[in-house]
Design a binder for this molecule. Structure first.
Ligand SMILES: *Cc1c(COP(=O)(O)O)cnc(C)c1O
Length: 395
């Protein structure tokens, strides 16, 4: 057998890339997977090698064969010029932002952004003299009117991971490019399998590897892929922080990578089934799932995305907190907790009204976010059906 080269893999479909990218059995005595390299010190055989630093690896903070394997695979999958790893998804966001801003800058952040990203902007970036304006996620090319001479970044998330508003990423990226503004997209929901970020015009793309890449709720990891224009600055910023991901987490992410396509497509199938079922329930006022034609972002999703993942939300008809608690507290199969993208189904109530500033969030009743896992869908429906019965039985 002959190993695939990066050139070979360019011609392969994404599914096949997932299997072959970032693996070099010939360097691992034939073993299929790259093992966990742990290490700080790397030894140089001669003074000449040391002074030229001409080794593939030179010190633990700058990468190991394990981190290189995941970076290479993610770069190829994303259609990027390069990737850096960070210890968490949030760290990946802050790293990308810090690579692109300087004191005195202004940045535009979607009102639907992952909330801890907002906190970073409002505290750390604000202290550094970077001003943030939040914008309506539905702004599209109208973003141009918000760009100031000192605007350096437009931060996007499509769809928003609670409210599921879809963004017109190509339109915003085109305006940004014309104005010399860097675009950073939180692509965690779609992953590069369902939204190829750089082909759609984005400069840097974030993936919280904690979610679907892990797939098993057992690790924390972030990835930032960048195009040719931004990779050097991103890598230099990473080096300045040495914000390294843990070797074990990187190894587990490599394991998750091999089945990402399979798991994502099953999550998609299950979530669509459940979303349609929920849409027919009288307790549910609206299902927020971009792949449903009734969802406002559907046209954009259909135009730009190659699939939908297992995360979506619903708006319930008005009910008391006691009734909602009766429904959620008694669920046997849906866990209640943060994060998503694992093998197990989750549900969590959310309320964006407490922190949004550019848009108004006022649903008629409680809002619930679901992450659909790999259980049998009929069991999940039965668990929710019982939950809705409890909801209706409490005043
Ligand atoms: C979870 C999440 C993150 C952050 O990932 P962590 O690894 O938990 O820090 C970022 N963006 C989105 C959309 C997320 O859902």
């Amino acid at each position: 057998m002959t190993e695939t080269t990066p050139e070979d893999r360019k011609r392969l479909k994404a599914r096949t890339k997932l299997i072959h990218a970032g693996r070099r059995p010939s360097e691992q005595h034939g073993f299929v997977n790259t093992p966990i390299y742990r290490g700080s010190t790397v030894l140089f055989p001669t003074l000449d090698d040391l002074s030229k630093r001409n080794a593939r690896f030179s010190y633990g903070t700058q990468g190991t064969p394990t981190t290189e394997a995941l970076e290479t695979a993610w770069t190829e999958l994303s259609g990027a010029a390069g990737t850096v790893l960070a210890p968490t998804g949030l760290a990946a966001i802050t790293l990308a932002l810090l690579a692109a801003v300087k004191a005195g800058d202004h940045i535009l952040v979607t009102d639907s952004a992952y909330r801890p990203a907002r906190i970073f902007c409002d505290t750390v970036l604000a202290r550094m003299g970077v001003e943030t304006t939040y914008y309506d996620p539905l702004v599209s090319a109208g973003i141009e009117a918000l760009i100031r001479p000192n605007t350096s970044v437009i931060f996007l998330e499509a769809p928003g991971s609670q409210s599921l508003e879809m963004q017109d990423v190509p339109a915003i990226a085109e305006v940004a490019r014309a104005k010399g503004v860097c675009t950073i997209l939180d692509n965690t929901w779609a992953t590069p399998l369902f939204f190829p970020p750089h082909a759609r015009g984005v400069d840097m793309a974030i993936e919280a590897g904690t979610k679907y890449l892990s797939g098993h709720s057992d690790l924390l990891l972030g990835l930032v892929s960048a195009n040719a224009q931004w990779i050097k600055r991103l890598r230099a910023t990473f080096d300045a922080f040495a914000m390294c991901a843990g070797p074990e987490d990187v190894f587990l992410a490599l394991r998750g990578l091999r089945t990402l396509d399979l798991r994502l497509r099953e999550a998609e199938r299950q979530a669509l089934d459940l979303a349609h079922w929920l849409a027919s329930r009288e307790e549910v006022v609206q299902v927020l799932h971009p792949a449903l034609p009734s969802c406002p972002g559907h046209a954009l999703w259909k135009r730009d995305f190659l699939g939908s993942s297992g995360l979506f939300s619903i708006l319930l008809a008005p009910c008391s907190t006691n009734a909602l608690a009766a429904m959620l507290d008694g669920l046997k199969l849906f866990g209640m907790g943060y994060s998503w993208g694992g093998f197990e189904s989750l549900v969590i109530p959310f309320d964006c009204s407490t922190y949004r500033t550019a848009t108004i969030w006022s649903p008629p009743g409680p809002a619930l976010r679901f992450s659909i896992g790999l259980e049998d869908i009929e069991d999940l429906k039965a668990d929710l059906d019982e939950g809705f019965k409890r909801l209706r039985s409490v005043a």
